[in-house]
Write a protein that binds this ligand. Sequence first.
Ligand code: ARG
Length: 289
Amino acid sequence: MKKLMAFLLIAALTLSLVSCANSSKNTTAGNSNKATQSSDNTNGSAAKSNSSSGTSNSLEKIKKAGVIVMGTSADFPPYESHQLINGEDKIVGFDVDIAQAVADGLGVKLDIEDMKFDGLIAALQAGKIDMIVAGMTPTPERAKSVDFSDLYYIGKQVLVVKKDNNSIKTVDDLKGKKLDAQLGTTSEKAARSIKGVTVIPIDKVSTEIMEVKTGKVDGVVVEKTVAEAYLKENPDLKIVEIPEIKSEEGSAIAVRKGDKALLNEINKILKQLKDSGEYDKLIEKWFKQ
Ligand code: ARG
């Protein structure tokens, strides 16, 4: 159902794009699995030279530099999280594969900058990164400062509590309770919309999960697929679906405002992913296990 919805949305949104695109250059993938990752911005990327003033030629700069820098908050499996692969700390996930497809489509290398979710838009505006790929929901508020691609996934919010907590079943049970939510996210907004709840904004979802485990808070508001990923490693936790916080929301890639050429390429690549069946495989790989 989720998959179908995501497909329908992408299909609908890309239709309009296709009708106005006059060239459909079919770039070939080149740099699979070549992502380099760092937690600070010390790489020689095009992003550094892209100030928020001169955004129209970001695409050109990225191609010249041979690298596109993705900003993310790698606390959000299966979208993005740190994993030890052959003893090396790597950021992997659905978003990383989507971003790699974008990099491949542009014929450049992918760099990943991990930061607090709340700092992503500022980092984009400051030219530290070229795009945000972080399961970010295109809200009207954010759309004032960045431009969003077509949606590439739809999720919904749930509550994560301790498995032995039987006192939280409905929204009324949340009165007087303490809930963590990631700072600056739609989860924080959803949590704040519940009356009588004390919301504690936290930088990283991994920290929130620790806090509910240790009993520092009663629960965490987070996207369902992300909750499910954390539950796999934390059998002492469970999901409670509270309709009042169950808002559905999509994920899209953000670029600097006015970065049209880059955005068009990204949307074209997203459409190609879908048309080739590659998108389907990525959904299977990250969301269906
Ligand atoms: N979809 C939500 C939002 O846009 C949460 C995204 C959080 N992403 C992350 N990588 N931690 O606000």
